[in-house]
Design a protein around this ligand. Structure first.
Ligand SMILES: [Zn+2]
Length: 137
């Protein structure tokens, strides 16, 4: 039995195509929410690109939590807040660098990936041996 799932229509915000989306009938959806669901399920170029950005944002949150959560909670908070602007291109932000303790933490949008780098800060040598490159595709 398919309980409480009903069809509704939402419009893709990129190609403008109306699509049937399945929603739970126990919740009220606004047209904007229905459009959002339709967009997330559409396979036009614009929607696909937007879906990829969402995937990167989720990966970014996961990486930041994993690599900074225990050592640098405040840096984690700042980097976490920087993920969405970086991947959505807000204000043209492409990279955020934090110097925290003995480490330099860099978060940037790499080609099709999330670039999070935790490097030991050296006075005279920028190329650290203890570089921990945690880029994820
Ligand atoms: Zn579309």
């Amino acid at each position: 039995m398919n309980k409480g799932i009903v069809p509704a229509t939402g419009k893709c915000q990129y190609c403008g195509q109306w699509k049937t989306v399945m929603i739970g009938e126990d919740k009220e959806y606004t047209q904007a929410e229905l459009d959002q669901i339709a967009t997330s399920e559409c396979d036009c170029a614009g929607a696909k690109q937007a879906q990829e950005i969402e995937v990167m944002i989720r990966k970014g949150h996961r990486l930041v939590k994993h690599y900074l959560g225990k050592t640098y909670p405040e840096s984690e908070r700042i980097m976490d807040a920087a993920i969405e602007p970086i991947f959505r291109g807000t204000d043209g932000i492409t990279k955020v660098v934090i110097k925290a303790g003995i480490h330099t933490i860099t978060l940037q949008k790499a080609i099709e990936s999330v670039g999070l780098k935790v490097q030991e800060t050296r006075e005279s040598n920028a190329n650290s041996e203890d570089e921990e490159d945690v880029e994820e595709e």
